[in-house]
Design a protein around this ligand. Structure first.
Ligand SMILES: [Zn+2]
Length: 174
């Protein structure tokens, strides 16, 4: 998955879109490009509102993931692009701080991350913070009731509609 998240940058197959598809496939629902960062107009790529989980997808070069700058030519380019990258990093840190200060869990996803690992991490965070979790846990016994019935009825399959006395008359002695 590493290679896929990095290489398919064209059209609609960048890291963010790949991640969105994978989250959907996992059954997760979310909003995209939401301006939820307090005091700013910045948009967060993937937002789970009820759980207050914000997913920030970052390109490794422009957001200054250190491994990008090991090669000589990357360091040379950094002389030129460095200020822009530094600015992005500062803004990213500020975005995280603002979100966390208002109760959000921020999950940072780098384009070099393993896709399935990222999906696991997000699914876990969303599930942990889902506000309806206690409510749905209360409902579980009621929802399971229908599945429990066949086991109970299994010992007396002919009982349902007929009067017990009729059954006894219709089948005298087996
Ligand atoms: Zn990276």
């Amino acid at each position: 998955m590493r290679a896929r998240m990095r290489n398919q940058q064209s059209k609609n197959t960048g890291p963010e879109v790949l991640l969105r598809r994978a989250l959907h496939a996992r059954g997760l629902r979310f909003r995209i490009h939401q301006p939820v960062v307090p005091g700013t107009r910045r948009q967060i790529d993937i937002v789970f509102g009820p759980s207050k989980v914000a997913v920030d997808v970052r390109g490794c070069y422009w957001h200054g993931h250190p491994h990008e700058f090991a090669a000589y030519d990357r360091r040379v380019n950094l002389d030129y692009w460095g200020p822009k990258i530094d600015g992005n990093r500062e803004r990213d840190a500020d975005t995280e701080a603002r979100l966390e200060a208002s109760g959000w869990r921020v999950i940072v996803v780098w384009e070099c991350d393993d896709l399935s690992e990222v999906v696991d991490r997000i699914a876990l965070a969303v599930d942990e913070r889902r506000p309806q979790k206690i409510v749905s846990r209360d409902r579980v016994p009621a929802e399971r009731q229908p599945f429990a019935q066949p086991e109970v009825a299994g010992t007396a399959p002919t009982v349902p509609t007929r009067d017990p006395l009729d059954v006894r008359h219709a089948e005298p002695n087996p």
